[in-house]
Design a protein around this ligand. Structure first.
Ligand code: HEC
Ligand code: HEC
Length: 210
């Protein structure tokens, strides 16, 4: 009996703490849901190029579904302020507010990424470089994952579903440090020593991810 009365207030505090904690989590989930909903509205014009829910079937337009929200938001801000140069996307991002960018990023981050057209033919050299790197080149898998799924918490983008042309162009843009903004500087030393042939090989391997 004595033990029971002594442990009561303790358990009470624990329960109150638990309920408070759960309602905070629920509050955050509600805010996320509202953001995703607002993002879906704001993203209607994007589907013409990036496909339904951000899964693109056109090699000219990268899939953006399932990318880390932080990555998407920094890329949109970089297009808006011109640090990542692209005529089409700077026009698309020009009039987005910070809040719209946050919502759009939350919406696309929450979409399932699907690879609509994985390539049948890869590249042995590309596979070797991607998974093991070489002297002077860090293995891509360390950050982008063995299956190209990226790393949401760390903000490393997924590679699955990127077309060879888009991937090769991005790697060349990082190599000449023309792609700025976001965490682009992490990519500079990784690609600095890659030849064109190695870049094409990596892009071909990445296109085989399912
Ligand atoms: C007319 C076609 C078109 C429309 C519409 C369009 N985009 Fe894009 N988007 C592109 C192209 C092309 C690229 C690749 C640009 C580059 O190489 O930097 C791109 C790239 C992006 C990227 C970078 C992807 C990555 O993996 O780094 C994001 C994010 C993005 N678009 C979001 C959006 C959003 C959000 C909208 C709607 C507000 C939108 N786009 C509308 C064509 C379009
Ligand atoms: C240390 C971690 C790290 C390593 C290793 C790394 N990456 Fe990255 N990668 C990143 C980050 C962070 C970004 C986002 C950069 C930005 O904000 O522009 C990125 C972006 C990219 C993009 C652009 C994606 C898009 O959707 O536009 C490509 C393509 C890419 N990396 C390919 C590679 C390849 C190929 C390798 C191996 C040769 C590699 N990465 C190694 C961290 C890494």
């Amino acid at each position: 009996m004595k033990t029971a009365t002594r442990s009561m207030p303790h358990r009470g505090r624990f329960t109150t703490g638990l309920i408070l904690g759960l309602s905070l989590v629920a509050g955050a989930a509600q805010a996320d849901e509202a953001s995703v909903k607002a993002g879906r509205e704001a993203a209607q014009a994007c589907a013409a190029c990036h496909g339904d829910n951000g899964n693109s079937n056109n090699p000219a337009f990268p899939s953006i579904a399932g990318q880390p929200a932080g990555y998407l938001a920094t890329q949109l801000r970089a297009y808006r302020d011109g640090t990542r140069e692209n005529a089409i996307m700077s026009g698309q991002a020009a009039n987005l507010s910070d809040e719209q960018i946050r919502d759009i990023a939350a919406y696309y981050a929450a979409q399932e990424r699907k690879v609509l057209n994985p390539a049948d033919e890869g590249s042995t050299l590309g596979s070797q470089l991607y998974h093991h790197g070489r002297d002077g080149v860090v293995a891509c898998a360390a950050c982008h994952g063995a299956e190209g799924r990226g790393n949401q918490p760390a903000g490393f983008p997924a590679m699955r579903g990127l077309s060879p042309d888009y991937t090769a162009q991005s790697l060349k843009d990082y190599r000449r440090q023309a792609r700025k903004g976001g965490k682009a500087e992490i990519m500079y030393p990784v690609v600095a020593d890659l030849s064109d042939e190695e870049i094409e090989a990596l892009a071909a391997h990445i296109a085989t991810f399912e």
